[in-house]
Design a protein around this ligand. Structure first.
Ligand code: ADE
Length: 247
């Protein structure tokens, strides 16, 4: 019996190339009102693979990035595809001060947090940080030779001074805009979750993040797609790995 793996990706620029490389075919959208694009196929000897892109905003004709679209998309993936393992891959801004460089790939470690949900009331403050688990990726990371990275998610590509303070206090290696929302849904639905990211921009560099992001998006997407293929090969060959275990 094949094992069901679903992969969620925010932008077509990040994920469409993987659907093409793996020869996945596009099915009907997961929900036509949201336009989440669903590609499906088989991988190796043991995996049934679904790749879901968060789709395009019909009003502005840009990709539906961000936490809200991510959470709705994950919910529909889990309800409709029923994955045994959920993966997210994409791009992120990295801290040069913590040794990250453009195009470098990483495996996200736990806890996965948010950095811009500020509610100064006991209980709410802690709850808004998130702090969600990931699957046990230790062997996968070792096999792929990838560094572990702490991720913090928020709703902006830009970084305010307060965001920066928060990211530093969280020891964040990378920041992006979906991972914690996806991790929240996966955690509540008890689906093992892992995330792989590659760096498009250095957030503590004088050049604006947007300019770096646009310049490096194709390169970083290419890198991460190839690492995701490596990860899928590992999963296909290691069905007894702890990564598959529900926490
Ligand atoms: N995705 C890629 N780079 C990012 C950044 N600097 N902030 C948020 N999301 C990103």
């Amino acid at each position: 019996m094949r094992h069901v793996v679903a992969i969620q990706v925010a932008m077509k620029e990040e994920g469409l190339g993987l659907a093409q490389k793996l020869g996945l075919s596009e099915r009907e959208a997961l929900d036509p009102d949201f336009g989440f694009r669903w590609f499906r196929g088989e991988f190796g000897n043991h995996l049934n693979l679904s790749l879901v892109l968060q789709g395009t905003d019909p009003r502005w004709e840009v990709e539906q990035i961000g936490l809200e679209a991510a959470a709705v998309c994950t919910t529909l993936i889990i309800q409709q595809i029923k994955p045994e393992l959920l993966m997210n891959f994409g791009t992120a801004g990295g801290f040069e001060s913590r040794g990250w460089s453009i195009g470098e790939a990483c495996v996200i470690s736990e806890p996965i947090v948010f950095h811009d949900r500020r509610v100064s009331i006991p209980g709410y403050q802690e709850s808004q940080l998130g702090a969600y688990p990931v699957a046990d990726t230790s062997r996968l990371r070792q096999t792929l030779g990838l560094r572990a990275a702490t991720v913090s998610s928020g709703s902006s590509l830009e970084m305010s001074d307060r965001d920066h303070e928060m990211l530093v206090s969280q020891n964040a290696d990378v920041k992006e805009m979906e991972c914690a929302a996806i991790a929240w849904v996966a955690h509540r639905k008890r689906v093992p979750f892992l995330a792989l990211k590659s760096v498009t921009d250095l957030v503590d560099h004088p050049e604006p993040a947007a300019a770096q992001f646009l310049k490096n998006l194709a390169l970083a997407s290419h890198v991460i797609q190839d690492r995701v293929i490596d990860a899928l090969k590992y999963l296909d060959e290691h069905l007894d790995d702890p990564i598959w275990s529900r926490s």
